[in-house]
Design a binder for this molecule. Sequence first.
Ligand code: FAD
Length: 382
Amino acid sequence: MLERGEVANSWRHERWDSLRLLTPNWQSRLPGMGYEGPEPDAYMTSADVVALIGRFADQAGTPVRTATSVTSVRPTEEGYRITTDEGELRSPTVVLASGACNLPTVPAFAAGVPAELEQLTPFDYRNPDQLPQGGVLVVGASATGVQLAAELEESGRPVVLSVGEHVRLPRTYRGRDVLWWMDASGLWDERYDEVDDLERARRLPSPQLVGTPERRTLDLNALTGMGVELVGRFAAVRDGRALFSGGLRNVVALADLKLERLLGRFDEWAETDGRDGEVEAPERFAPTATGRAPRLELDLRSGEIRSILWATGYRPDYSWLDVPVVDPKGRLRHDGGIVDGPGLYALGLPVLRRRRSTFISGIEDDARDVTDHLGAYVTRRP
Ligand SMILES: Cc1cc2nc3c(=O)[nH]c(=O)nc-3n(C[C@H](O)[C@H](O)[C@H](O)COP(=O)(O)OP(=O)(O)OC[C@H]3O[C@@H](n4cnc5c(N)ncnc54)[C@H](O)[C@@H]3O)c2cc1C
């Protein structure tokens, strides 16, 4: 195993201070290692995740060469030549487990933002003290955006949140963590080859969830209740003005509708599976309120906004992969982790083999499936 940093590098160096997993402890499993602590329904901090992965690495005993960056992987007659800053290796097979979130995604028009504004991504952000006093424009309302918008608003900075497509979820439903419903109803086990629109499922933004001791719901209604102002999708910068889409109402209506459908699916499952006695009565949530006339423009030179936090997603970095298996959009071409190159495999990508693959616990089944294929490939080779 080659790792450019340390074991659990992304959890040590690429997360903000207050981050907790949005998945409950009982769900943060690694192969053969379930949660055995006293708080199965609580949410781990980044430090807890570092400790968990560290324990797993010790237990597995796989030799990890840390501080070793892979700078190139090239096909050869016998397999692959792997160049690192610590020398070269050859291998008939390579598993790409370099992560789905190596770089922040920022739209190109960010270059047009007036220079006096501070711009950050979640990779630079640690806590509110880093930002100047004054207004913050948070762009993106998925897990990262809603969590950081709440934290910045609580720090006393007025927050404007630009909202694009998002997945609304309550933290708990009928008395249970909403992710319990996903898990128990089998939704997370849906296989990649059974998903209706796989491309879309793989691009789906992370749900509006936060892991807090009080199991707080952090949807857009909760944020506006705190004082956050909602605007539509950030579409362009023109003459120092931020221009927002006028489609905010449609975007939130769609997220509300999808939530309704999901809850209906949970209710149906609870009834047919005889679980109604285990959970509380069905609930429904108020539609998302957007205010009467969300702003369509914001003058970035007026001083109202002092900084912009781009919570517009993450992407993998395959700049070191010299095998033609990455599409023009930078996505790896693979079929359930079996990459379009002999002996080349991938793990740790969204909906890789099932919906659960997007999360830490997805590795349990995915690693087994992918290594089974890899084992058969190695055996078959001349
Ligand atoms: C902000 C954020 C919050 C998340 N919250 C949750 C959550 O609440 N619950 C949950 O289950 N999942 C969560 N996830 C998803 C979770 O991070 C992934 O499912 C999991 O980290 C995937 O693990 P991985 O080892 O495949 O990738 P990573 O954790 O990204 O690890 C990849 C490793 O590869 C190394 N690497 C990359 N390129 C090279 C190279 N060229 N040479 C050598 N080494 C290299 C990196 O240093 C890194 O250590 C979150 C992700 C993010 C970004």
